[in-house]
Design a protein around this ligand. Structure first.
Ligand code: FAD
Length: 310
């Protein structure tokens, strides 16, 4: 049976994505003792699966892919004294400023002065919508599909229907075309496309992706594999059956604050608990998540140094 290992740090950062790396690097550069835990066995959070370019323009002045941006940020982190714990999941944050983490067969209790939650976000699943029918294989959130394709080398399907027209849906639509798949259509409940203008141009227009506006999916068909969806066109009050073998949902992202559950009192979190990156609010651009993390890291190190001096 493994015993609990005790560790102490000034700042515990949870999540080694764009936000967490920047927060940890900035705080450590300013003299704080920093520990950075991430449940994945490699750094970067969502960045390594974003193989397209469009990262780093604000922060580095040139366009990079997600993996390149991640490597650059990790290089910055490695130059500092911050202790990086890969493959380590923080299970619980307690009101007495301790956190319980598990990784590599070891349970660690970390005592900290400040805690930064940079745990990213979760994707809204299809089943959060009023959709009936079967629950077959062939349905993925855009992030899941991206990870399976780019990091897992998997083939998720051939005839793709995309629900939701935000940036992630548009980027995945382009990626499927590049892979030689057929993107049958993208449906959007609003009467206009979501996402950044640049993605609308580079992904939807450039690849001629058919778009159904004012439309949503109301029924799933096929079992064990998806065979089609029923689309409801709100503007014309019409139903349409569309054949497909893969459904990609891009329904939006929600900040993941699950670790902070139970720590909120009267709508306020303890003064030692902080959020940054997508765990705070959804950042369209990674540079924004890094900048926010960096600012927070510097402020927390300053706060600690001031406290020690007093
Ligand atoms: C498909 C897609 C395309 C994008 N395209 C662009 C683009 O072209 N240009 C651009 O600038 N931005 C783009 N972005 C946005 C950008 O990638 C994100 O805003 C940014 O990377 C988010 O960083 P983060 O650190 O907040 O979260 P994440 O990268 O999600 O990192 C959070 C980390 O925390 C870990 N974690 C969670 N819970 C725990 C726990 N309990 N214990 C330990 N670790 C935990 C997670 O595993 C993860 O590694 C894109 C995003 C997506 C999804």
């Amino acid at each position: 049976m493994s015993s609990i290992r005790m560790r102490t740090t000034d700042i515990l950062v949870i999540g080694c994505g764009a936000a967490g790396m920047a927060a940890a690097a900035a705080a450590a550069s300013c003299g704080a003792k920093v520990m950075l835990a991430d449940d994945r066995d490699r750094p970067g959070g969502i960045l390594p699966q974003c193989v397209h370019s469009g990262f780093g323009l604000g922060r580095y002045g040139n366009e990079m892919t997600g993996p390149e941006y991640s490597e650059e940020e990790f290089r910055r982190l490695e130059k500092t004294s911050a202790v990086y714990l890969p493959g380590t999941r923080v299970l619980e944050i307690r009101p007495d400023r301790t956190a319980l983490a598990a990784g590599y067969g070891e349970i660690t209790e970390v005592t900290f002065s400040e805690c930064v939650i940079a745990s990213g976000c979760t994707e809204k699943p299809l089943w959060s919508l009023p959709v009936t029918g079967t629950r077959p294989e062939g349905i993925y959130t855009a992030g899941e599909a991206q990870e399976l394709i780019e990091l897992g080398g998997c083939d998720v399907g051939d005839r793709i229907f995309i629900l939701g027209s935000g940036d992630i849906g548009q980027i995945m639509a382009r990626r499927f075309c590049q892979l030689g798949k057929t993107v049958i259509s993208m449906a959007e409940i609003r009467d206009h496309l979501g996402g950044l203008k640049r993605n609308q141009e580079d992904c939807i227009k450039a690849y001629g992706i058919p778009v159904m506006l004012s439309s949503t999916i109301i029924e799933i068909h096929g079992y064990p594999r998806l065979s089609g969806v029923t689309v409801y066109h709100l503007d014309t009050d019409r139903y349409e059956y569309v054949e497909c073998d893969t459904l990609i949902t891009a329904l939006g992202l929600l900040p993941d604050r699950s670790l902070a559950e139970g720590l909120e009192h009267g709508g306020r979190y303890p003064e030692w608990l902080h959020f940054c990156g997508n765990a705070d609010y959804v950042h369209e651009i990674a540079d924004g998540a890094s900048a926010q993390g960096e600012k927070l890291g510097r402020e927390l190190a300053g706060k600690l140094i001031h406290r020690k001096e007093v």
